[in-house]
Design a protein around this ligand. Sequence first.
Ligand code: HC0
Ligand code: SF4
Length: 579
Amino acid sequence: NITLQIDHHTVEVPRGTTVLEAARGVGINIPSLCYMNLKDMCITNLPASCRMCVVEIEGRRNLAPACATRCENGMKVHTSTLRVLNARKTVLELILSDHPNDCLICPKSGNCDLQSLAVKLKIREIPFAGEQSTYKIETSPSLIRDMNKCIFCRRCEMMCNEVQTVGALGAINRGFSAIISPAFEQPLTTSECTFCGQCVAVCPVGALTEMDHTNRLINDLNNPRKTVIVQTAPAVRAALGEEFGLPAGTSVTGKMAAALRQLGFAKVFDTDFAADLTIMEEGTELLNRLTAYLNGDKNVRLPILTSCCPAWVNFFEHQFPDMLDIPSTARSPQQMFGSIAKTYWAEKMGIPREDLIVVSIMPCLAKKYECGRDEFKVNDDPDVNYSISTRELASLIKRANIDFNSLPEEDFDQPLGESTGAGVIFGASGGVMEAALRTAYELYTGQKLEKVDFEAVRGLDNIKKATVRLNGVELHVGIAHGLGNARKLLNEIKEGKSEFHAIEIMACPGGCIGGGGQPLHHGNSELLKARTHALYEEDRNKPLRKSHENPYILKLYEEYLGKPMSEKAHHLLHTHYFN
Ligand code: HC0
Ligand code: SF4
C-alpha cells in the first residue's frame, strides 16, 4: 500500500490508485467531466482531456490531472489552492466560450455536469468570446445529437467503442472543427448505431439526449376520443425513485402505479405480464429446439439467443447478418404487450383499434425505435404507439405537481397487470435466463422446482455461465450484458466453439436497470447493483415466481391463443429479422 497526504487527510491506498480515486475515497470530490470508472466491468475513461481535475503536488512545477496521476508514497497533494481554483475556472471558461448559453431551454438543464460546475465555481461571465460552433441538431427515433453542446469528454465514444464495440461514434476532424460523429458525418440512423443509448447515459452535458415524447403523451391523455393505456417495464420501478431523491435501490412499484393513474391513464398495466408471456413462448421454443437437437435433428440451431432487447436485435442484424436464424423468434415483452392489448384486450373491452393508444414506460431508448419497426404495425398503426423513458416519466410527474413520495402504493390493473417474480427480474442481467430456467425445468421434467433462485446467473460479471440438469440432460446457459460481451459469445458461436444451449443478451451494463432511459448511471456500478437488488427483492416477495403459474397468462392461452407457439401465438407474438 501507499501512504500520501491529500489536503488534511493522510490516505492509504493500494498501489496503482489514482489521486482522483484516493481523494474521492476520503470524501474530497475533485470535479471532473471526462473521467468515468465502471470498476466491476473494468472500464475506465481516462482521456484526461477536460483538465477540470487538476491538483497541485508539492515538488512538481505543473499542475497534474488527478484522474491520470497515480499516487506515490509520501506525495503531498493539494486539491483547492488558489492556483488550482484559478486553473479550473479558466478551463471552465474556455469550455464555455464555445458552448451555447441556453441552459434555460436545454433538455439537460438541472442534470448537467457542466452547468453544476459553473454554479459550483461561481462563473459569472465568460471572458473568452470567440467563434461558436454551429452544427445542425440531428434527431433519430431514439436519440438527439446536438454537437454544439459537446465538450469532447469522449465518454460516449468510450461506451460505444469499448463497451458496446459498435463503433458508431468517433472523433473526426481537428482543432476547432473536431466533433464526435458517426463515420463520414453520416446520421446515426444510417450508421451502425443500435440506439442502446449508452452514450446518452454517460454524456455529462446536453450533447446526447433522448427523443422526448412527453408533450405528445400529454396531448393524447387529454384527447377524449382516445383510450390511453400504459405498460411499465420491469427496470423502471427500481430506478424511478432516484429522480425524487429516494436512495438507489428503492422499489417504487406501487407509487409508480398511483402516479400513472393520476396522470390520467385509463389502465395501468405491466410489461412484466408480457415478460411472463415471453417466457411461455421463448421457453417453449428453447425446449422444442433442445428436444429436436437431442433427437439428432441436424437442422436445428443451438444455442438459442434471447431476442427481447431491441438494441441487441439491432446489433446482430447489423453485425452478424449470417446468423439471423439463431435468435428466438419471440417478440420482446414490450411488443407482445402491445399486440395482446390491441387484439385480445381491445376486443374484450370493445375498443376499436384506432381509438386505443398503448404507451410504454421503458428504461431504454432503443424501445422508442422498436415501437416504430414495420413488423410491429397493423395497417400502419403501431402495436405500441410510443415509448417514454424513466426520466421522461419523472419529468411528467413533476410537471403534473404530483408529490411522488407521498403517493399511496397502488396495484396494477388486471388482467394485463398481473405478473410473477420471474417477470420482475427480466430487468436485471441474467433475469430472463433465470425466468426461462424456472419454467423450462418444470415443463421439461414435469417436476416441481423447489429452489427457484439461480444465483450463478445473477450479478455484474461480464459473462456468466450456469449448468442446469433437466432429468438426464445438462443444459448449459450463458449470459452477457453489454454488446462487447455479446460479441465475444457470438464470435464463439460463429467459430463453432460455443459451449452453450441458450444465451441471454442485454445491451446495457447490468441489463435494463442500466438502460439509456434510466436516471443517468454515469458508469456507477454501485448504482446498478442497488437497482438489481431491488428487483430480486420484489421477486422474492411475490407469491408466484414462475411465469407459467401466472393465472392471467393461463387464461389468455385458454381464451385466445391456444397453446404456446400455436399459429395464433406465432402471428401475434413472434417476428423475424432483417439485415
Ligand atoms: Fe427491459 Fe424487457 S426487460 S427489454 O430490459 O425482455 O427496456 O426493464 O421492458 O420488452 O419485460 C427494457 C426492462 C423491458 C422488454 C421486459 C425484456
Ligand atoms: Fe453507440 Fe449505443 Fe450511442 Fe448508438 S446509442 S451511438 S450504439 S452508444
